[in-house]
Every structure is written in C-alpha cells, then in structure tokens.
Ligand binder design. Structure first.
Ligand code: NAG
Ligand code: NAG
Length: 323
C-alpha cells in the first residue's frame, strides 16, 4: 500500500514538473522573440519645415540625417550644397532630419535653429545611432504626407560633399519619373557578426545570411513616389536598425531594382582627395569636415562652366587642372 502511495506521489510530481516546464518555456519563448516592430504612425512631429510643395514643387529634396551635436556641419551645408538653390532652372531644397535630443538645453537650441532656418524635420524618437532607421523613415513619411509633388528625393548625411549641380544634370538626362532608385549599389552584402563593429547585427536581429541589394546610406536618390511606396510596406518587412538595409528590404518587397545614374561611378561612400575636375564629375564623397566643405564648394562653384581636361586626377589638388 505504502509503496503504491509513493509511486502515485512520484508520478504526480513528475507530471507537475512537466507542466511547470511547459508553461515556463511558453512564457519565455515569446519574450525572447519579441522584436521591435516598425509602426508607421508612431511618434509626433516636433518641427516641420516651411515649405508648401503644392504651390512650389521642388525638383529635388535633400534629406540630411543629422544630430543635435552637428550644428557646425549643418551651418556649412547651408552655406554650400544645401543653400536654397536653383540649378538648371530647377528648385532644390535641403532639410535636416533630427530626433529628440537628450537635454532640454539641446532641445531649445535645435528648436531655435529650426525657427531661424525653417529647414528642420524633427520627431520625438530618441536620437541615437540605433534609431537611424526611424530617422530615415521620418523623412519618407514627410515626403509622403507633405511633399509628394517633389520629383526626386536624396537621403544623405551631414559629413558628405554633394555635387547638386552634377546630380541635377544627371537626373534630368535620366528622365525617369517613377520607381527609380540609385546610389552606391551594395549587392550581396553580408551581415557583420563581429560584435566590435559599428555595423554589428546579431542573428536575433537579422537571421539571414545576406542582405538584399541596397544603396549605401551615405547618399541615395529616388523618384519621390518611392518614398510613399517604402512607407507603405515598411511595417511588413523585418525591422533592422541599419537604415540603408531596411530601405533595401522595402525595395525588394516592392520589386524596385537599383539602377545606375551614370555608367561611371559617381557615388563615393569613402573619401576622395579633392581636385576640381574630379569633383565636377562626382555626386557624393564621404568624410568631408565643415571647413573642407566650404573650401571645396567654393572652388567647385567658381569653376562651374569651365572645361576640365580629360584626365580627371590632378596630382597637386590645386586649381591648375582647369585650363
Ligand atoms: C528609439 O526610439 C524609441 C522611441 O523614442 C525608444 O523607445 C527607443 O528606446 C530608442 N532606441 C534606443 C536604442 O534608444
Ligand atoms: C522623357 O520621357 C518622356 C516619357 O517618359 C518623354 O515623353 C520625353 O520626351 C522624354 N524627354 C527627354 C528629354 O528624353
């Protein structure tokens, strides 16, 4: 009798244990797999720029990701490629994308800067590198809601040189209106699993072995309809904090292919040594500090319309390359 009772208790405990294990696993699994899901309508705009795109549709809108610490870079851009510009009779407008800053002091400074220049688009997400996708998507949302009349949009960064003259010429020559996307093409990109890298992505974040084709976030250009389409599908692709890859996932879903703007390379996600003739024939170049930007831009503008020799590289990097 006693033996049977012991056996019953043993079996009871075993079943109880199994039930406990079952529930604890079921509770843990969803927790572990809980991922950030992008929500289109989340957050509110803290600042909107002064522009009426219906009245005066720009040919090209430049959206520049920036942070509160980069006020000097924004000032340099406003004096150079971001200056209210008319190129080949087409209007070009530049706006800066920012999130919510850490301190009230920074918040006030950015708000005053926006009031003075009317060129800041800001939402209330936390402004950190890991939220760069939210920043880019804020730009897409802004185009979708406030400026679908623009012909083209470029997304670029604050440490870039952008030759808006050459870009405009090439876009006019290309004569595309819809489903156009171009930049520095990264096809067969591999997720970086090295934890020390700035671009580290865990298998939890992105379990697949390859990225879809995407364009380097340092500068990509698209017809404005793409903004609305990317915005539309953004909730239905896996979220990833690398904004350029995220846009690539949206493009793959939309079956929009990356295209060339020119048969020769014009988008450079790295630094190039400056020469006037070389910079005449590029669209972007990376890692340009504000003081350099001012010098390079002045040199470029004052040499517009001058002919360059066929040899693009000028070893001295001086103006002597122009005849
Ligand atoms: C990104 O912004 C959201 C919304 O403000 C915030 O909840 C989240 O913590 C931010 N991400 C990081 C890594 O700080
Ligand atoms: C641009 O494309 C449109 C049709 O998409 C065509 O009617 C027009 O002639 C083209 N313009 C040039 C300059 O090629």
């Amino acid at each position: 009798m006693a033996c049977l009772k012991m056996r019953c208790i043993f079996i009871f405990l075993l079943v109880l244990g199994a039930i406990c294990l079952y529930f604890s696993m079921n509770n843990l699994t969803p927790l572990k797999e809980e991922k950030f899901v992008f929500k289109k309508e989340s957050g509110v705009f803290l600042q909107l720029p002064e522009i009426d795109c219906r009245q005066n549709p720009p040919f090209l809108v430049l959206l520049v990701t920036s942070s509160h610490r980069q006020a000097p870079a924004r000032m340099a851009i406003r004096q150079t490629w971001g200056r209210a510009n008319v190129v080949e009779g087409r209007q070009i407008k530049t706006f800066f994308l920012l999130g919510a800053t850490a301190t009230q002091h920074d918040m006030t400074a950015v708000s005053q800067e926006g009031q003075r220049h009317g060129d800041i688009i800001q939402k209330d997400f936390v402004d950190v590198y890991a939220n760069l996708t939210l920043k880019t998507m804020m730009g897409m949302e802004w185009v979708h809601h406030f400026c679908p009349q623009a012909a083209f949009v470029m997304k670029t960064d604050s440490d870039m040189f952008v030759n808006v003259y050459y870009l405009t010429q090439l876009l006019l020559k290309k004569n595309r209106t819809t489903r156009f996307f171009t930049g520095f093409d990264i096809t067969n990109g591999l997720p970086i699993r090295d934890k020390s890298s700035k671009w580290f992505v865990s298998k939890d974040e992105y379990p697949w072995d390859r990225y879809p084709p995407f364009c380097s976030g340092t500068g990509y250009v698209f017809s404005s309809d793409v903004a609305s389409q990317v915005y539309d599908v953004s909730e239905s692709v896996p979220f990833i904090k690398l904004e350029d890859v995220f846009v690539g996932l949206c493009l793959a879903k939309l079956n929009i292919n990356l295209e060339e703007l020119h048969s020769e390379q014009t988008f450079f996600p790295w630094r190039l040594s400056f020469s006037i003739c070389r910079f005449h024939k590029i669209v972007t170049c990376h890692f340009i500090a504000p003081p350099e930007l001012l010098v390079y831009w002045h040199a470029l503008e004052s040499s517009l319309g001058k002919k360059c020799p066929i040899i693009l590289q000028n070893p001295k990097g001086k103006k002597s390359g122009t005849p």
